[in-house]
Design a protein around this ligand. Structure first.
Ligand code: PEP
Ligand code: MG
Length: 577
C-alpha cells in the first residue's frame, strides 16, 4: 500500500522493531546476474586471466575487511570462504577454461564452480549439501567482482537499508557500517532479521511489499517503525515534525532507562527481565537496559556462512565471551537450524517449519550436536552455576531422553579427561510446539525448566507461518489459544516445582508481560530494548491488578477482546509506544 503527497511517497508495513529513523536510503535489490557461455578471442586471454586474478584478490581483501568489522565468531566462516576462493584446483580449472576453452572470465568461474557443486551434490553427504549455498555465494561474488560494471556499495552513516529480505549476518555487518534502520518487503514481525534488528535497537519495518521497487529514485526517508510507515522523499513539514518526535522519544527513553528501582510490582512481587541475544554486539544494549542475565542465547550465528559445524575452540570462545560479560544466568539454546533460520542450509523441504528443524536435526547430526554440547559443557565447567542448556523444537518425550543420554555421556568423557564440569547444569526445553505444551506435565518430570517460545508456539497453534507477509494479520501472539497452551505449561511447571520462563516476543510486550506476571510467570526474556517499557508497565501495577487482568484474558475468545480488556482495565500506559 502506498500513497503520494507532493513527491512524498508513503508506504505501509508492520513494525518489526520500534523506533524512528531519518536518513539517506540504501536500496539493495539483489537480482541474480545472468551468466551466458561467451567465447573470447585469443588476444583477450591475458585480460580475462588478469580479471580473474584481480577478482580473487579483491574478494580476499573484502573478507579480511569484513573480519575486522565483525566480531570474532564470524572470522572462522570467512576463513573457510577464503580457502574455497583460493583453492589451487579451482584456480587451475578456471585458468584453463579461459586459456584453452576460450570462455570469458565470468562464464569460466560459473562453469568451474558449478562442476564443483555438482560433485558435492552427488556425494550425498548432508553436510556437504549445506555448503553448496556458500559456494554459490562465493561463485556469484567472484563473478560480480570480475565484471567491470561492478558497482561499489557506499554506505552512509545513519542510512536506512531497504531490502526484500536479509540474513541476520548481513544485517549485523550493515549495522556495524552505520546502517540505522531496516525496511524489509518480506517477512513478518517475528521473522529472524526483525528480531535481530530489535536486539540491535534499530527501527525495522517488515512486510512493506513494495519499498524496494518504490525507493530506487528516492534520496531520503523517514522510517516510522512505531506506526508502521515509511516516507520516501518526505516533505519539509513532515521532516520537522519527526525531528521533534525523535527528540521527544529520546527524552522518554532516557527517563525509562533511568528507572533504577528494583524489578518489583507496586506491591513488592519480584520479577526478572532478561535479554534475548544472538551476537556479542547485543550485550551492550542488554547492560544499558538493565537485563538480569541472558534468558535466551541463540547460537545459530555460529553457523552463518554455512560451515555446518563451528570448531569447538571457536564455540567455546563465543560462549565464554558472553559468560564473562554477563552477570547472572546465561541460557544457551542449542542450534535451532531449519524453519526460517539458516533454511537455505537445509535440504529443500515442502514445509520447512514442520521439517528437519532444531532438535530433530541435531539428533541426526552427531558431530554437530556433540561438538556443541562438548563446547557448552566445557564452558559451563569454567563458569559453574551460570550456564543453562535449552533444547529447541522438542515435540516428543523421546527426544528429551536422547538429549539427556548425550549430555551424560559427554560429561563422563570430560570428567575422564580431568576437565571441570558443572554436575548439576540445568537442562530445559523450549515449549514451542503444541504437543510439548499439551504434554507439559510429562515433560516437567524430565527437565529442570521450561522456556516458552511464543513466536513458534503462536505459529504452530494457529497454523500461520510466522514469516509470511500474506497472512501476517492472522499471526496473533495474544490469541486465546496461545494463552491456553501457556497455562498448561505453567500449571505443569508449578505442580512439578520446575522453573518456567518466557523467551518469545510476547514477553517483551506490555499486554503479554502483564498477563504473564498475573499468571505467576515472573521470569521474562526479551529483546533488550523492550526492557524499559515492560519494566515501567510492571512496576506501576500491583499483582492484584495483573491477576485480575490475566483472569479476564482467559474469558476472551479473540485477540482484540484481550487488547480491549487491557485498555479498559487502565493498564495501557500513555507511552509513545
Ligand atoms: C520462539 O520461538 O518464541 C523463540 C524464542 O525462538 P525463535 O524465535 O528463535 O524461534
Ligand atoms: Mg522458536
Amino acid at each position: 500500500m502506498s500513497s503520494r503527497k507532493s513527491g512524498e511517497i508513503s508506504i505501509k508495513g508492520l513494525p518489526g522493531s520500534e523506533g524512528i529513523a531519518i536518513g539517506t536510503i540504501l536500496v539493495l535489490d539483489k537480482k541474480k546476474r545472468k551468466v551466458q557461455p561467451k567465447k573470447i578471442k585469443s588476444d583477450a586471454i591475458l585480460a580475462h586471466l588478469k580479471r580473474y586474478a584481480k577478482s580473487k584478490e579483491k574478494f580476499l581483501i573484502e573478507l579480511d575487511e569484513l573480519a575486522i568489522n565483525l566480531d570474532q565468531k564470524t572470522v572462522g566462516i570467512l576463513e573457510t570462504q577464503k580457502h574455497i576462493a583460493s583453492d589451487i584446483e579451482i584456480e587451475k580449472r578456471v585458468n584453463s577454461c579461459i586459456e584453452i576453452e576460450l570462455y570469458s572470465v565470468d562464464y569460466s568461474i560459473y562453469k568451474v564452480f558449478n562442476e564443483f557443486i555438482e560433485r558435492l551434490k552427488e556425494s550425498g553427504s548432508e553436510l556437504f549439501q549445506q555448503r553448496i549455498i556458500d559456494i554459490e555465494n562465493i561463485r556469484d561474488r567472484l563473478i560480480d567482482l570480475s565484471c567491470e560494471d561492478e558497482q561499489k556499495l557506499e554506505i552512509e552513516k545513519g542510512a536506512i537499508l531497504i531490502v526484500k529480505d536479509i540474513s541476520p549476518t548481513d544485517l549485523v555487518a550493515f549495522y556495524e557500517k552505520g546502517v540505522k534502520g531496516l525496511v524489509m518487503d518480506k517477512g513478518g514481525v517475528t521473522s529472524h532479521a526483525a528480531i535481530i534488528a530489535h536486539s540491535l535497537d534499530i527501527p525495522c519495518l517488515v512486510s512493506s511489499k513494495i519499498a524496494v521497487d518504490s525507493a530506487s529514485e528516492a534520496k531520503k526517508a523517514i522510517l516510522d517503525a512505531n506506526k508502521g510507515e515509511l516516507f520516501l522523499n518526505p516533505t519539509k513539514q513532515r521532516l520537522d515534525e519527526y525531528k521533534k518526535e525523535i527528540r521527544r522519544l529520546k527524552r522518554v527513553k532516557k527517563a525509562r532507562v533511568g528507572l533504577q528501582q528494583p524489578s518489583q510490582t507496586k506491591d513488592g512481587v519480584d520479577f526478572h527481565l532478561r535479554a534475548n541475544i544472538e551476537f556479542v554486539q547485543e550485550l551492550q544494549a542488554a547492560k544499558d537496559y538493565g537485563a538480569e542475565g541472558v534468558g535466551l542465547l541463540r547460537t545459530e550465528a555460529l553457523l552463518y556462512g554455512g560451515i555446518a559445524q563451528k570448531s569447538e575452540v571457536e564455540q567455546i570462545k563465543f560462549y565464554e565471551n558472553v559468560l564473562s560479560q554477563t552477570d547472572g544466568p546465561v541460557v544457551i539454546r542449542l542450534f535451532d537450524v531449519g524453519g526460517d533460520k539458516l533454511n537455505t542450509h537445509t535440504p529443500d523441504e515442502a514445509n520447512p517449519f514442520l521439517g528437519w528443524r532444531g532438535i530433530r536435526m541435531l539428533l541426526d547430526e552427531d558431530e554437530m550436536f556433540e561438538g556443541q554440547l562438548r563446547s557448552i559443557l566445557k564452558s559451563a565447567g569454567k563458569y559453574p552455576g551460570q550456564v543453562r542448556i535449552l533444547v529447541p523444537m522438542i515435540s516428543l518425550l523421546e527426544e528429551v531422553h536422547q538429549v539427556k543420554k548425550r549430555i551424560t555421556k559427554i560429561q563422563k568423557g570430560l570428567k575422564k579427561e580431568g576437565l571441570a564440569i558443572d554436575e548439576s547444569i540445568p537442562l530445559g526445553i523450549m515449549i514451542e510446539v503444541p504437543s510439548a505444551a499439551l504434554l507439559a506435565d510429562h515433560f516437567a518430570k524430565e527437565v529442570d525448566f521450561f522456556s516458552i517460545g511464543t513466536n513458534d508456539l503462536t505459529q504452530y497453534a494457529l497454523a500461520v507461518d510466522r514469516g509470511n507477509e500474506q497472512i501476517c494479520t492472522l499471526y496473533q501472539q495474544h490469541h486465546p489459544s496461545v494463552w491456553k497452551l501457556i497455562e498448561l505449561a505453567n500449571k505443569a511447571a508449578k505442580e512439578n516445582e520446575i522453573e518456567i520462563s518466557i523467551c518469545g516476543e510476547l514477553a517483551g510486550d506490555e499486554i503479554g508481560a502483564a498477563c504473564l506476571i498475573g499468571m505467576g510467570i515472573t521470569d521474562l526474556s526479551m529483546s533488550p530494548s523492550n526492557i524499559p517499557k515492560v519494566k515501567e508497565a510492571l512496576v506501576n501495577r500491583s499483582l492484584e491488578e495483573l491477576q485480575a487482568f490475566s483472569k479476564a484474558v482467559f474469558t476472551c475468545s479473540t485477540s482484540n477482546e484481550i487488547k480491549a480488556v487491557f485498555k479498559k482495565m487502565g493498564l495501557a500506559n500513555n507511552s509513545p509506544d
